[in-house]
Design a protein around this ligand. Sequence first.
Ligand code: PBG
Length: 310
Amino acid sequence: MRALVREHQIEVSHLVQPMFVVENARDAGPIRSMPGVHRYTVESAVQEVGVLDALDVRAVLLFGIPDTKDAVASSNYDPNGVVQRAARAIKEAFGHVIVIADLCNCEYTSHGHCGIVDERGEVDNDATVEILVRTALTYARSGVDVIAPSDMMDGRVRAIREALDSEGFEHVAIMAYSAKYASAFYGPFREAADSTPQFGDRRSYQMDPPNAREALREISLDIDEGADIIMVKPGMPYLDIVRAARDSFDVPIAVYNVSGEYSMLKAAAQNGWIDEDRAVDELLTGFVRAGADVIITYFAKDYAARHAPH
Ligand code: PBG
């Protein structure tokens, strides 16, 4: 009876598995702060996508960990960079799997900021947008289906959209990290992606947690600039933003269940303080109920494995 009248359902087809791909094999292996999550080489990433595909998880979000970093993130727009090579290899082996590439500079800059830093130590918005556009084109040429800018610079969605269109990539979609808050919950990710800022913080370009109306304004700007999917991030503390976005806009909404949300649940489960499977089901249900279409979660594979048809 409960199944008959249930209002919301988690669909495996709406889950996205984030994946960390390393350029240097020496950096591959388990991530200490995220039990159960690994860094893959390009080759092992392709194998893992095969495992996900068999479980019907058909969308991955790639993060690259380059071998070299510099002040201007040049390893990011290298046509043979790690994300570019991973995307080509995955699309070649599993053409039907949707490859989403996170587009940001923080993993590629020596200072760990998401943008280019000027002589005053401030992030230069427009110089950063140029680098993002350049990188986005190399991603598109490598077969990436969806570009996901997570840097939070102003005007980047329009700049990327125009560049993609002018190079014949009208079919490449943009999933904008529109409402991305300056959050403590990214802690484990920064270890995973080696992207902790070496000075300062990200508060000049990420959003202030108390602000909700500002999130709707950011989302509406990104939609005007050409975003196909908009995102709210993190997930659990921002479900009100997901709901408000759902009620205000007609575009698909993604929610990012970030590293800290993953790791705290894992840690509690490992201590026997919480029933992991039930907690994960409840967590993902909360995202669906709040109105998310796309759920980006490190639990995607586990969830799909537990709910696979026998
Ligand atoms: C890059 C980026 C971050 C995350 C996704 N893209 C880190 C940050 O902004 O500091 C966080 C993802 C997670 O915590 O799982 N800017």
